[in-house]
Structure formats: structure tokens, C-alpha cells
Design a protein around this ligand. Structure first.
Ligand code: IPD
Ligand code: CA
Ligand code: CA
Length: 273
């Protein structure tokens, strides 16, 4: 895509992500008084914080970029004419957020027809801002970041996620297969933040069998800008369809793809409503 100033857009996205993070943090500090609703199951939760923060982000983006489309977890899709789509998860890691853990973030990404363009991931409690854009590199709190060159899947850490969209036994099988390979994995409850950790060189890779585009688009932009590789997502992702998510160092990408086999039919999505 020509004619857009990605550097300027990234700076504007950072400002919006900071404002959204500050609002989310106010809610986090008085989370005990937030009314919680459940979505697909008892641990799939949402509160006014998620909805209000997404509205704030969408209002700021549509003021600045009225021709762009938008896709957000809480308020869905809005069409545009520019060929660009903003992809928003107002709070990724709602479960850690509502339980008082620090590992949650605001995630704002931008994409065009050929994939992720830029991403901003802000973790307000941890005071970390991850930024990256195609051709512009990636940074954490203003310092350049890169996927790890020191560790690989055998010596470093893999981030792993899972939700109720996939058969529990199949997820358990993956855990076993990774353990059999001697791969150590961690899970923090925010897929977007763990993907950002891949860009920052803290994790060698991240994988989750079925996620939505808002969970990973911003972080995908970060990983690519930081020298890593991501599993391409299908066109139906823009309609909210879940798909296999994976990001890793270029060195370990093929090994992780062979281990996870997210295209295999036994990862078929369960009908959860
Ligand atoms: C969830 C988190 C979680 C992942 C789930 C996501 P949410 O997003 O990223 O780590 O395992 O698949 O749905 O609900 O906290 O925005
Ligand atoms: Ca999410
Ligand atoms: Ca969310």
C-alpha cells in the first residue's frame, strides 16, 4: 500500500493506545466493583471496561482516519473505503485483568490486503509499550527489539495458549508432544502480550490452536517488524472466524509449525454457540 505514512500512523496509534491503557488502568484499580458478564463460558468474561475502552479507541481512530475499516472484539466490524482495517482488542487478557494479575494489554493493529502493517501493544501495569511497523522495525519503550538470536525452542521458552474452541484432549496431546520434545512452555493469559514477548526476544515463539484476528494482528506486525515469522491467517479471519495462531523466530518457525500442525482436521473448531 502506497501513500500512507506508517511512521506517523504508528505515533498516532501509540498516543491512542496510551490513552486507552490509562482508562483501562482506572478500571483495573477498582475492578472489584466492575459487573462481570460471561460470554461462551464461566471463564470467558467481559465487563464495562472492555466495552468502554474499545469505544474510546474506535472514536479516536475514526476521527483521525475516517476512511478506514475497523474490527474490534466487543463492537464488531465497520466498513471503510481505504483498503485499510484497524483491528482492536481493547483488553487482551480479560481473565488476568479481572483477577488482579498484571499481564494484560491494549492491542491496536492496522492491516492492508497483504497483511499486518503496524501494531501497538500497551501493558499499563507493567508500563511497557511495544510498537512496530512494516519496514520500520520494532521497539519496547523506545528501544529497538528483535526476536531472540540467543535461544531456540530447545533452550528457550515457548508461549502457549488454549481456549474452549478446541477439543481439550487435543490440547492435552499438544502439551504432551511439546514435553516429549523437551520444550519448556509458559502461559500468562494474554495471547497478544505473549506474542509481543516473541518480538521482544523473551519467548522463542507463541502458539494457540484457534484465536481471533483481534487477539494477534497487532502482535503479528510486531513480530514481523522484529525479524520473526507468523503463520498466515485466512480471509475469513476478517469476519471473526478463529484460526491457528503462531509466531516464532525465523529459525524455529518450521519446527514449531511441524509440531503444532494447526491445519490438521483434529483441531476442528468446536461449536460453542
Ligand atoms: C484471550 C487471551 C487468552 C487466549 C484466548 C483469548 P481475551 O483473549 O488472549 O490468552 O488464550 O484464546 O481469547 O478474551 O482476554 O481478550
Ligand atoms: Ca483477546
Ligand atoms: Ca479482549
Amino acid at each position: 500500500m502506497t501513500g500512507i505514512d506508517l511512521g506517523a500512523r504508528l505515533a498516532q496509534t501509540e498516543t491512542i493506545a496510551r490513552q486507552a491503557g490509562a482508562r483501562a488502568l482506572e478500571h483495573f484499580r477498582r475492578r472489584d466493583s466492575l459487573a462481570i458478564e460471561t460470554k461462551r463460558n464461566l471463564t470467558d468474561m467481559v465487563s464495562i471496561a472492555d466495552r468502554e475502552v474499545e469505544t474510546m479507541i474506535r472514536d479516536a481512530l475514526s476521527d483521525a482516519f475516517p476512511a478506514d475499516a475497523m474490527l474490534g472484539e466487543e463492537h464488531g466490524h465497520a466498513s471503510g473505503e481505504s483498503g485499510l482495517t484497524w483491528v482492536i482488542d481493547p483488553i487482551d487478557g480479560t481473565a488476568p485483568f479481572l483477577n488482579g494479575l498484571p499481564g494484560w494489554c491494549v492491542s491496536i493493529g492496522l492491516m492492508d490486503d497483504s497483511g499486518p502493517l503496524l501494531g501497538a501493544i500497551h501493558a499499563p501495569v507493567l508500563d511497557e509499550m511495544f510498537l512496530g511497523a512494516r519496514g520500520h522495525g520494532a521497539s519496547l519503550n523506545g528501544r529497538p527489539i528483535h526476536v531472540t538470536e540467543r535461544f531456540d525452542l530447545s533452550s528457550g521458552l515457548l508461549g502457549l495458549g488454549g481456549n474452549d474452541r478446541v477439543p481439550p484432549a487435543r490440547l492435552g496431546q499438544l502439551h504432551g508432544e511439546l514435553a516429549a520434545e523437551g520444550i519448556a512452555w509458559v502461559r500468562y493469559g494474554s495471547g497478544a502480550l505473549m506474542l509481543a514477548y516473541v518480538a521482544a526476544g523473551r519467548l522463542v515463539g507463541y502458539c494457540e490452536p484457534r484465536m481471533s484476528l483481534w487477539d494477534c494482528l497487532a502482535a503479528y506486525a510486531l513480530i514481523e517488524a522484529a525479524g520473526g515469522k507468523v503463520l498466515p491467517f485466512p480471509p475469513a479471519a476478517l469476519q471473526g472466524a478463529p484460526f491457528g495462531v503462531m509466531g516464532a523466530t525465523a529459525t524455529d518457525y518450521d519446527r514449531l509449525a511441524a509440531l503444532t500442525r494447526f491445519e490438521a482436521p483434529d483441531w476442528e473448531v468446536l461449536d460453542r454457540r
